[in-house]
Ligand binder design. Structure first.
Ligand SMILES: C[S@@+](CC[C@H](N)C(=O)[O-])C[C@H]1O[C@@H](n2cnc3c(N)ncnc32)[C@H](O)[C@@H]1O
Length: 361
């Protein structure tokens, strides 16, 4: 706990949407998702305070290779990444969570100018999980005396929109943990295009992407033997019980993780064990579930090298560098804004020429 008025407190700010708004958005999403013919709940609601802690536990499961593979790449490449952006860069992180892996980048930035000679580094984590942001922000300013944390507890788009004019400074945007996989492919391209519009020519986006591999390995990663992912998934129903006075019996919903070949995604669902009716009192609704009926809770799209290149191109980005872990399970890609001829012409007409377009790989 940081005491008010201390030096650490001055380096940590948390801006959050008010609690009533969060509750209203959750209530509207639950109503909309569960009254559909194919019931679904948006995966961002998996991350309340309890869900965020369960996700941390998932990262420690032997089957969940994603975190370790991404960490392996960061351990090998953080110095190289830090060297590619200016020293006064602001690091903006989408879906930062506990920012455990981000520390590898902070270490690399600060080791360029150790001690008090290091310029202050500004870090803007954006995450829907306010509890996790508050806890990790406090820890970060204690651990790194030259770090300033301006946390935004918000959905990605609202967080990006809230970035102030100071973000005209050089930026490195991080989107780690293969969070991009939670977007359908076309939506991922649309979202990345909106990120790209916020990037200046020297800014970069570092994105972690899980690669296509054997369905058995993928399904195990989302259905660990210790049952942590199952608890994480069911916590969504527990959250409805807690926040919306729901009456879900968690024992009567089974966790399912299944590879969907055509989509190229692992699909998570909660499947009704037997026919049942469930009331959600705060919404004034009662739902009927048939035996075996599923509530879709998360998609995790996986990428091949070709799909990744197409995603970058469709988003107005070019792959500057792509690194993989030794076992080629995961990729970390450094993306730069693609400069089109039209943009160069417009910039030249304004008397502010931009560097020529680099070719994507
Ligand atoms: C899979 S975890 C990854 C956490 C961390 N980046 C890592 O690599 O370990 C996803 C994180 O993104 C956040 N998140 C998910 N959907 C979000 C959304 N739509 N807007 C903002 N944050 C979101 C969650 O709260 C969670 O912290």
């Amino acid at each position: 706990m940081i005491a008010a008025g201390t030096e650490e407190a001055q380096r940590f700010r948390l801006l959050a949407v008010d609690d009533d708004q969060v509750r209203d958005d959750f209530a509207a999403a639950v109503r909309h998702g569960l009254l559909q013919r194919n019931k679904m709940l948006p995966c961002r609601y998996l991350y309340d305070a309890r869900g965020s802690l369960l996700f941390e536990e998932i990262c420690r499961q032997p089957e969940y290779y994603l975190t370790r593979a991404e960490q392996e790449i960061l351990d090998a490449r953080a110095g190289e990444i830090a060297a590619r952006v200016p020293p006064d860069t602001t690091i903006v992180e989408l879906g930062a969570g506990s920012a455990k892996k981000t520390r590898t980048l902070f270490d690399a930035f600060f080791s360029r100018a150790p001690g008090t000679r290091a310029p202050r580094l500004r870090y803007v984590p954006i995450d829907i999980s306010r509890a996790m942001l508050a806890a990790s922000g406090r820890r970060l300013v204690e651990e790194y005396p030259r770090l300033e944390v301006q946390a935004l507890a918000a959905e990605y788009r609202a967080g990006l929109a809230a970035l102030g004019p100071s973000e005209a400074r050089p930026k490195l945007v991080l989107w780690l943990g293969s969070n991009v996989g939670n977007f359908r492919r076309a939506d991922a391209a649309r979202f990345l295009a909106s990120v790209r519009r916020r990037l200046g020519a020297a800014d970069r986006l570092l994105m972690g992407v899980d690669l296509r591999k054997s369905p058995a390995v993928l399904e195990a990663a989302y259905d660990d033997a210790a049952g942590v992912t199952a608890r994480f998934n069911r916590n969504l129903l527990a959250r409805i019980n807690r926040e919306l006075d729901g009456e879900f019996d968690l024992e009567r919903f089974a966790h399912r993780a299944r590879w969907h070949e055509r989509r190229g995604a692992v699909e998570l669902a909660l499947v009704s064990v037997g026919a049942q009716r469930v009331a959600i009192r705060a919404l004034g609704i009662e739902l009927a579930f048939a035996d075996g009926e599923a509530i879709h809770t998360e998609s995790s799209y996986k990428y091949s090298a070709g799909e990744l290149a197409r995603l970058a191109a469709a988003s107005g980005l070019r792959v500057e560098t792509r690194w993989r872990d030794d076992a080629h399970r995961f990729a970390l890609v450094l993306l730069a804004p693609r400069v089109t001829r039209a943009r160069r012409r417009r910039a030249a007409a304004r008397g502010r020429p931009v560097s020529p377009p680099a070719r994507g790989r």
